[in-house]
Design a protein around this ligand. Structure first.
Ligand code: ZN
Length: 311
């Protein structure tokens, strides 16, 4: 069977060196931040769950050894509280030359905050990142992808180069706001390890756990189509899920496999966003999406009337 040639991506972007696709692996180092956010005084007694999340301390050095073996530099998104609480993890990441991005302060959801509070936590975390890394973060990912209707503009105002929270394309696009543009490096739930591996009865996540091969089969199919059509692959992973032993083993095999292909550009998020900005300054047309999608709820008169029961 021969398929006709079909352009699945209408206007793919050019990647450096004529690469066929861009790949970035990102790890969100949430550690136990969200336990304190969501459970407060109960959190100190959630000992087994804390130990599950504190596996970060084992997984992060392991992930760094994997990256070193392949000679790649990648991106880690941190809630700033985790940086302040576990500074040795920041040190080892910086020592190996990887990028640190902004992932809230205590993993709070921006779309559950008042705009002033969103600004306050955003700025407090920028200050921590600047103090601990020597520079402002270039990139941002909203905790749980909970981007608010204000977030894009707040990022643009603060000069962020890119965001990594949204899902509206297969290739980078621009978030256009009143205060300027931000590069969006989109991903989606199929590239996230949470649906594959997150199982914790205390937190009421009771999905079946996939084998490493099953999870990576999902990522592999995403990679194959990015490779085929010129897409962007952004893995959204957590050290205490994908960094566990059998999964880390499988991750190393996955990296080896995709590195054996011709024309795969494995880069940090900042490098990819910088490339997109360069294309933009060279007048390459890049899709723009105005943010926010909605600043208020739609007219209540347009809401469907209460559903009538089927006879
Ligand atoms: Zn997170």
């Amino acid at each position: 069977m021969t398929l006709p040639k079909i352009e699945m991506i209408e206007r793919p972007l050019e990647w450096p060196g004529g690469a066929r696709c861009a790949v970035s692996f990102t790890f969100d180092i949430d550690s136990d931040s969200f336990l304190h956010l969501n459970y407060g005084e109960r959190a100190p007694d959630m000992v087994a769950t804390t130990s599950w999340l504190r596996y970060d301390e084992i997984a992060i050095p392991r992930i760094l050894r994997i990256y070193k073996a392949f000679g790649i530099k990648q991106t880690f998104f941190f809630p700033a509280w985790c940086m302040e609480t576990y500074p040795h993890l920041v040190d080892v990441i910086l020592k190996d030359g990887h990028e640190i991005g902004h992932h809230g302060f205590l993993h709070e959801s921006p779309n559950n905050l008042k705009p002033d509070d969103e600004c306050m936590w955003l700025d407090r975390s920028i200050e921590t990142i600047q103090r601990m890394t020597g520079r402002k973060p270039a990139g941002y990912r909203a905790p749980v992808y909970d981007f608010s209707s204000h977030t894009a503009e707040l990022l643009a105002k603060r000069g962020f180069l890119y965001d990594a929270s949204l899902m509206a394309d297969d290739i980078p696009y621009m978030l256009s706001t009143k205060s300027g543009d931000v590069v969006e490096l989109p991903s989606h739930w199929a590239l996230d390890d949470w649906p594959q591996f997150a199982h914790n009865i205390e937190l009421q996540y009771t999905m079946p756990i996939r084998s490493p091969d099953e999870a990576f089969a999902v990522y592999q199919s995403e990679f194959e189509s990015a490779y085929q059509h010129g897409g962007l692959f952004v893995g959204v992973w957590h050290p205490w899920l994908t960094g566990r032993l059998a999964r880390a083993d499988r991750l190393a095999k996955f990296i080896a496999e995709i590195r054996s292909r011709q024309g795969v550009w494995i880069a940090s998020m900042e490098e990819i966003a910088t490339h997109v900005r360069k294309l933009q300054s060279d007048n390459v047309p890049i899709r723009k999406v105005s943010m926010p999608y909605y600043s208020t709820a739609i007219d209540k008169d347009l809401k469907p009337v209460q559903r009538v029961k089927n006879p």
